[in-house]
Design a protein. Sequence first.
Length: 110
Amino acid sequence: MENNNQNNGNNGQQMQIEIKPEVATGMYSNFTVVSHSATEFTLDFAAILPGLPKALVNSRIIMTPENALRLCQVLQQNLQNYEKQFGMRQKPVGGQTIAPFGKGGNGELN
């Protein structure tokens, strides 16, 4: 999750990470829906594009709460590193939007 040179906590061994060429090109996402249950977090990454009537989810990631916390921490650290290198990031136009989907903390973040 962090870096392919990071120690994975197993006797000082480094984790080797392989990425397939079709995955390495990435997918564009400007909209994310996050939901959770007692045992997992689900992140749906989508693209909202002009002229299209709805957002298309192009990737779904399901992870444990522990890994969701690690993701949150590594994203926070990378945002801090980004700001040190490039300056303060600007909030999106209109600010951050969170729309709840009822009980359980389900919601969307874009």
